[in-house]
Design a protein around this ligand. Structure first.
Ligand SMILES: Cc1cc2nc3c(=O)[nH]c(=O)nc-3n(C[C@H](O)[C@H](O)[C@H](O)COP(=O)(O)OP(=O)(O)OC[C@H]3O[C@@H](n4cnc5c(N)ncnc54)[C@H](O)[C@@H]3O)c2cc1C
Length: 425
C-alpha cells in the first residue's frame, strides 16, 4: 500500500492485490525510524500517520540484576531526517492512513479478498492470475506478500538463511490504569533462560515479547502468560489484547528480482524484531524501488538494475546487528557485560547509482527551506543540497552547512529516496 501511494503520487497506474478481505486490526510493528517517516512524507501522508505515533525514547538492555548494560537512548529533538529519530506506532492506524491515502488516486485500485495464485512474464509485461479467476496484466509486478511469499516461491528463489531461529511469544496489553513506573523506554531484559522485551506502545498499549524454550510442549495458555508477566504486570492493571507465537528468523532472498518481477519487504528479507527494523527495511525497499519504477515507466533511463545491489548489502548490516543484539539478549547474565552506549546505524547503500566516494550513497539530511521540508521543495524529485546558492537545472536547497563541511563537500545531489547521488567538492 505504501508503494501504491508512492507510485500513485507519480501518476503511475497500480493494482494492489491483497488476499485478506479485511484489514488485520492487531498491532505487529510498534516502531519505525525517522527515515521511514521521511518516506511517509514522500507518500504525502506524514500528517495522516503522525496521530498513530509518539516520539520514541529509546531502548535499554538490562541484565538479570536490572543493571543497564546498553543504553540506546534516542534524541528527543527533530533530527537530520527532518523528523524525530524514532517513533512508536500503532500499525493498524498507519495501515488505515495508507488505505485512505489510496483514495486520492483514480489510477490506483485495491482488490481485497483476492489472492495471487499464478505469475508469468514475457518481454512486454507480467500476468498475475487471481483466485477469483481474473488475471491482471502489468508492465512490472512487485511481490510484497510477506514472510511466506507466494511470489518468492513461484519464482523459485531461495532464501539465504543467516542462522537465527527462535520462538517468541508476543503479548499485547491495554492498560486499565496508569502504570508510569513501567517507563517510556523499551527494555530488553537480557537473560540466558527467560529473555524478554518490554515495549511502551502508543496510548495505553504495552507489549511484552517473551522467549519460549525450544523444548516447550504446546502454546502457552492465558494462565501461563500472566504467570510470566507477573514480574511486571497483573490482570488488575491490564487486559490482554492478543497473544501470538512468532518464529523470529534472519534470512535474505538470494535474488530480489526476476525479469519484470521484484520482491520487497519480508518477502525479500526477515530479521528478529529486536531493533524494530523489519518494516522499516520494507519501507526503504519501496522508497528505493518506487521512483526507479516511475522513471522507467515514464520512459527515463532504466535504473532498475540498481535496486537489489543497493538494498541487499544495506539490509545485511541491520540483520547482522540485530542478530548480535539477539545474542546479547539471550546470553547476558548479571555482571557479565560492561555498560555501554549504542548509536543508531545509517548504512550507505550498496554499489549502484553514482559513486560511493565520501558521502556518495549515504543518506542526506533533510533540512527545512522556510516552512517547507527540502524533499517537498523538490516535489520528491532530485535536488541539489548546497552550502550556498549555486546554479543548477535542479531545484537548489541551501542548508546543512555543518554536515557538508564535515564531509568536505560543497554540495550534493539528493535522490528522490533521500540518498546522495553525486558529490561536488
Ligand atoms: C512481533 C513482531 C514485532 C515487530 N516489530 C517491528 C517493529 O517494531 N518495527 C519494524 O520496523 N518491524 C517490526 N516487525 C517486522 C514487521 O512486522 C514486518 O517486517 C512487516 O510487517 C513486513 O511487511 P510486509 O508488507 O513485507 O509483509 P506483511 O506485513 O506480512 O504483509 C504481506 C501481505 O501480503 C498478503 N499476501 C500474502 N500472500 C498473498 C497472496 N498470495 N496474494 C495476495 N496477498 C497476499 C498478506 O495477506 C499480507 O497482508 C515486527 C514483527 C513481529 C513479528
Amino acid at each position: 500500500m505504501l508503494l501504491g501511494n508512492l507510485l500513485g503520487r507519480r501518476g503511475i497506474s497500480v493494482a494492489i492485490i491483497e488476499k485478506q478481505p479485511k484489514p488485520y486490526n492487531l498491532p505487529r510493528a510498534v516502531h519505525f525510524d525517522g527515515e521511514a517517516m521521511r518516506v511517509f512524507q514522500a507518500a504525502g501522508l506524514a500528517e495522516q500517520v503522525l496521530p498513530h505515533t509518539m516520539v520514541g525514547r529509546g531502548m535499554l538492555f538490562k541484565d538479570t540484576h536490572d543493571n543497564v548494560v546498553v543504553d540506546w537512548s534516542r534524541d528527543q529533538e527533530i533530527g537530520p531526517m527532518g523528523w524525530y529519530e524514532s517513533y512508536r506506532c500503532h500499525q493498524p492506524g498507519i495501515e488505515d492512513a495508507l488505505r485512505v491515502g489510496l483514495d486520492r488516486f483514480d489510477h490506483v485500485s485495491l482488490h481485497q479478498g483476492v489472492a495471487v495464485e499464478g505469475i508469468s512474464q514475457d518481454d512486454e509485461g507480467v500476468t498475475v492470475d487471481l483466485s477469483d479467476g481474473r488475471a491482471v496484466r502489468a508492465k512490472y509486478a512487485v511481490g510484497a506478500d510477506g514472510a511466506n511469499s507466494f511470489v518468492l516461491s513461484a519464482l523459485g528463489i531461495r532464501l539465504d538463511d543467516l542462522g537465527f531461529k527462535e520462538d517468541w511469544l508476543v503479548v499485547d496489553l491495554i492498560l486499565k490504569q496508569p502504570r508510569p513506573d513501567l517507563g517510556d523506554y523499551s527494555v530488553q531484559f537480557c537473560d540466558p533462560v527467560n529473555s524478554a522485551t518490554y515495549v511502551r506502545g502508543v496510548g495505553d498499549r504495552r507489549r511484552w515479547e517473551l522467549r519460549l524454550p525450544d523444548d516447550r510442549a504446546g502454546e502457552p495458555d492465558a494462565a501461563e502468560i500472566w504467570q510470566r508477566l507477573s514480574r511486571w504486570i497483573t490482570p488488575t492493571d491490564a487486559e490482554l489484547e492478543r497473544d501470538a507465537v512468532y518464529t523470529f528468523r534472519s534470512c535474505v532472498a538470494e535474488k530480489w528480482r526476476d525479469g519484470r518481477v521484484f520482491l520487497v519487504g519480508d518477502a525479500a528479507h526477515q530479521m528478529p524484531p529486536f531493533m524494530g527494523q523489519g518494516m522499516c527495511a520494507g519501507i526503504r525497499d519501496v522508497a528505493n524501488l518506487g521512483w526507479k519504477l516511475a522513471q522507467v515507466l515514464d520512459g527515463g533511463e532504466d535504473v532498475l538494475w540498481s535496486y537489489e545491489s543497493e538494498r541487499e548489502p544495506h539490509i545485511r548490516q541491520f540483520i547482522e546487528l540485530t542478530v548480535s543484539l539477539g545474542k546479547l539478549i539471550n546470553q547476558t547474565a548479571a555482571g557479565e557485560t560492561p555498560k555501554g552506549k549504542m548509536q543508531s546505524i545509517w548504512p550507505e547503500l550498496g554499489a549502484g547509482l553514482g559513486s560511493r566516494v565520501g558521502v556518495g550513497g549515504a543518506l542526506a539530511p533533510q533540512v527545512r527551506a522556510g516552512d517547507v521540508l527540502a524533499d517537498d521543495v523538490a516535489k520528491q524529485g532530485f535536488y541539489v543540497l548546497a552550502a550556498r546558492e549555486v546554479e543548477s537545472d535542479l531545484p537548489v536547497v541551501v542548508g546543512a552547512q555543518d554536515w557538508l563541511a564535515q564531509h568536505g563537500v560543497a554540495a550534493v545531489v539528493v535522490r528522490p529516496d533521500g540518498y546522495v547521488l553525486e558529490v561536488f567538492a
